[in-house]
Design a protein around this ligand. Structure first.
Ligand code: MLT
Length: 325
């Protein structure tokens, strides 16, 4: 073997040896879970609750890194470019799918630039208005919004957020166009709603249940097909006249493309354990989130699910004419 070939072979051997050492020793330091929205909001709550439990299983802290901006696409682009060394993971929701239709240009490909780990929880949404909004039930709310659309604003967490998706579906159902006020997450959007600076917010129960129960907001219904256990008396928007209205938030966990499979498998196992952890189950139940079934806990099912969601929402979003360059 000539020298060049020997060096190449040796180099590859060293690389292979260090890769397998990294995998067997994983995790040798804290693992980062990137959250695409503001701290204290719905995605952050899910990430932190899971993160504590995952950390116990893998024997290292899971550090939450909130990477904000552009409805979650800043974080997705960041993770797509991150080293596939097993120390960066990403939690995102429906926005992983809807952004592909909402943005004409993305610097990443949602389907091919990530490794899939697992789904985790599904979360209903709730339609809210500021406490002094002049409507005391859904019929009054819909009538007021229709009659005053030019004066009403709708908070969301940017194009690609589920608050934006829900708001867009609501506008479509009522045939109105409201003024969007984007925030970097629904944690700041909720603060603006509580402060009366914005009028309407469609947001996840993981953040809204405490505000609804405390009577801090007007609450007009849930976005699921059926009523939910966490708010059993609350009617759905569909049963109050918005035929077939349904927005359910699902969460996927991803890693940069090329993350070694043994690490992905260990993370998948840790997520499965977390989803059975009594503390996680209690917190999720309290916040209206439902832990997904076994069939949604494989990387393959997340991949199929994401593709189906892209195919489902793409044409709907295109028909609304909503997009960013
Ligand atoms: C958040 O965590 O702030 C939300 O998930 C944003 C959204 O998608 O509405």
């Amino acid at each position: 073997m000539n020298l060049r070939r020997r060096c190449l072979a040796a180099g590859l051997c060293v690389l292979a040896a260090s890769a397998s050492l990294a995998q067997s020793a994983w995790p040798a330091k804290p693992v980062t879970l990137v959250v695409p929205f503001a701290a204290g909001g719905p995605t952050d709550v899910v990430a932190r609750t899971l993160g504590v439990s995952i950390g116990k299983t893998i024997g290292q802290t899971v550090v939450i890194e909130n990477k904000l901006g552009a409805g979650g696409t800043v974080a997705a682009a960041y993770v797509a470019r991150s080293a596939p060394d097993g120390y960066t993971f990403f939690i995102h929701h429906n926005g992983m799918a809807t952004s592909t239709a909402l943005y004409r240009k993305l610097s990443y490909n949602a389907l091919t630039d990530f490794e899939y780990v697992s789904q985790a929880v599904e979360v209903p949404m709730t339609m809210l208005a500021r406490k002094d909004f002049p409507a005391n039930n859904f019929q009054e709310f819909a009538a007021y919004v229709k009659a005053n659309q030019s004066k009403i604003n709708l908070a969301n967490a940017g194009l690609g957020a589920v608050s934006q998706l829900c708001g867009m579906m609501f506008e479509r159902a009522l045939g109105v166009k409201l003024t969007a006020v984007p925030f970097q997450g629904t944690a700041p959007a909720m603060n603006a709603l509580l402060g009366g600076q914005v009028d309407i917010l469609c947001d996840q129960t993981t953040q809204t249940i405490p505000q609804i129960k405390a009577g801090n907001v007007k609450f007009y219904g849930v976005t699921t097909k059926s009523r939910i256990k966490a708010l059993p008396d609350a009617p759905t928007l569909a049963e109050q006249g918005l035929k077939d209205f349904e927005v359910v938030v699902w969460h996927g966990i991803y890693a940069p493309k090329g993350t070694p499979k043994p690490i992905l498998d260990k993370m998948n196992q840790a997520i499965r354990i977390a989803l059975k952890d009594p503390q996680v189950v209690a917190r999720m139940t309290e916040l209206g989130a439902e832990i997904v079934g076994e069939d949604k806990l494989t990387p393959e099912s997340l991949q199929v699910w994401l593709k189906a969601e892209i195919d489902k929402w793409g044409p709907i979003i295109k028909a609304t004419g909503t997009f960013a360059d």
